[in-house]
Design a protein around this ligand. Structure first.
Ligand SMILES: [Zn+2]
Length: 140
């Protein structure tokens, strides 16, 4: 028998036993340590793989993201408002400490899909502009 077929059959037959084994605290600790080391060693490989996956499955990811955000609109907004409230001081300090960095980033030039070079800080406004929308065939 093919090894993979055998493994799959073995997994299905012993699913409960294997799940119980995996959930034992000592096994869990071992697995966490194993994956921590694995992720550290394969950092570059994993990053490249994730990036390729995001590019290949962009449509699926975007669709899922939109659906999730629509379904969980209240949950997301409540969580964000609560987070901003509880971390107010930390967020203000962060903004103050990274002011120059943020200004540099905002002044950075990026190329839009429509062909214009826009600063990063103005890209959102540009995407609502007549020029950009006309480029993509919208009647404005
Ligand atoms: Zn544009």
């Amino acid at each position: 028998m093919d090894k993979r077929v055998y493994m799959k059959a073995y997994y299905i037959k012993n699913k409960d036993k294997l799940t119980a084994y995996r959930n034992r605290p000592e096994t869990k600790a071992k697995l966490i340590e194993y994956y921590r080391i694995y992720n550290e060693v394969n950092k570059v490989k994993l990053k490249a793989y994730k990036k390729a996956y995001r590019i290949l499955h962009r449509e699926k990811i975007d669709k899922y993201t939109v659906e999730y955000q629509l379904e969980n609109f209240d949950k997301i907004h409540t969580y964000q408002a609560k987070y901003r409230e509880t971390n107010k001081e930390h967020l203000e300090k962060y903004r103050e400490d990274h002011k120059e960095e943020a200004a540099e980033k905002a002044a950075e030039k990026v190329s839009c899909e429509c062909g214009r070079d826009i600063t990063w800080g103005n890209i959102a406004r540009h995407k609502k502009s007549k020029f950009h929308r006309r480029f993509f065939g919208e009647v404005v």
